[in-house]
Design a protein around this ligand. Structure first.
Ligand code: ASP
Length: 314
């Protein structure tokens, strides 16, 4: 998407990983890898964003994404304003665009946007003044680029940078998942050896999203020999009624258990973007077990968001 890269190929907004050049993606991952210890608070605060005001503009709930953007911005010395649609004039009918323009008029230069509609972040990016940057923190089912980046960083740390040797399996509600879309874009760009996608037919998209993937409904068969298992949350807030018969049935067919995981490669790792529905997508034993990189993903989220904020705004 040309909106996010300026005419010199410099990243100006971060809206999607779709079409982001491999070099840009790897540079963000390298930077995040370098600053990871600082990101976790083991060294002093950096000062590259002192004097810059960043707003987290959230029209949907969030725990990890919002907090980690806030921590990342503060670790870079920025001032942070949190906008929450549920307690603002959005409840009086003010549009996202008017909200952004008003905050921009107060001097905000970076907007971290989460919105239930596909394309909302891109629409806002089209209307920013020069020098203002939009980062997509999840729009509808379209994209969640910083989640895609932190997932790639987590896999890179666990398995090394050569993804061509690895077999990935994405499981569950791909249809409603912006995380799956961003992960798929990044995996294709980084040259993943094999990408399998598994879920009930009703939860798999039929729109070309899965091009180049091996797709199947039999979870046990799809798990055979995979190195990385990427579990997804059932996105019930975006789902029509009746797509899933019952949570028990879903867990029986697509829930990850320690016994099931034995089909994967012996050193397989498990990711989940959170929030986890424990006992539905995976058991406690898996979520908290030695295979689980779930909390590593969360820690990496701060580093990735520092790298993104610094790249776009410093
Ligand atoms: N937190 C991620 C998102 O906002 C994943 C999820 O909610 O299932 O897309």
């Amino acid at each position: 998407m040309s909106l996010q890269l300026d005419s010199n190929g410099r990243l100006h907004h971060l809206l999607t990983l779709d079409g982001l050049p491999k070099e840009t993606l790897c540079r963000l991952l390298d930077r995040a890898g370098q600053i990871r210890d600082a990101a976790l608070g083991r060294t002093h605060k950096r000062d590259s964003l002192v004097g810059t005001t960043i707003c987290t503009l959230f029209f949907e709930p969030s725990t990890r994404t919002r907090s980690s953007f806030q921590i990342a911005a503060q670790r870079l010395g920025a001032d942070v304003v949190n906008f929450d649609a549920s307690t603002s004039s959005a409840r009086k009918g003010e549009t996202a665009l008017d909200t952004m323009r008003n905050l921009e008029a107060m001097g905000v230069r970076g907007f971290v946007v989460r919105h239930p509609e596909d394309g909302a972040a891109e629409m806002l990016a089209e209307h920013t003044g020069e020098g203002t940057t939009v980062i997509n923190a999840g729009d509808g089912r379209s994209a969640h680029p910083t989640q895609g980046l932190l997932d790639m960083l987590t896999v890179r740390q666990a398995k090394g940078p050569d993804f061509s040797r690895l077999k990935f399996l994405i499981v569950g509600d791909v249809k409603h998942s912006r995380v799956a879309r961003s992960d798929l874009h990044a995996l294709h760009t980084l040259g993943a050896g094999e990408v399998r996608v598994c879920g009930p037919d009703a939860l798999l998209p039929g729109d070309g999203t899965l091009a180049g993937c091996e797709v199947g409904a039999d979870f046990d068969a799809m798990l055979e020999g995979v190195d990385v298992v990427m579990m997804l949350r059932l996105q019930r807030e975006r789902m029509e009624e009746g797509l899933v018969a019952s949570l028990d049935d879903y867990h029986r067919d697509y829930g990850l258990t320690a016994a099931r995981l034995r089909r994967a490669a012996p050193d397989a790792v498990v990711l989940h973007p959170g929030p986890i529905n424990r006992g539905v997508e995976m058991t406690d034993e898996v979520a908290d077990g030695p295979w689980s990189l779930v909390l590593r993903q969360v820690s990496n989220g701060v580093a990735v968001r520092m790298a993104v904020l610094e790249t776009l705004l410093a």
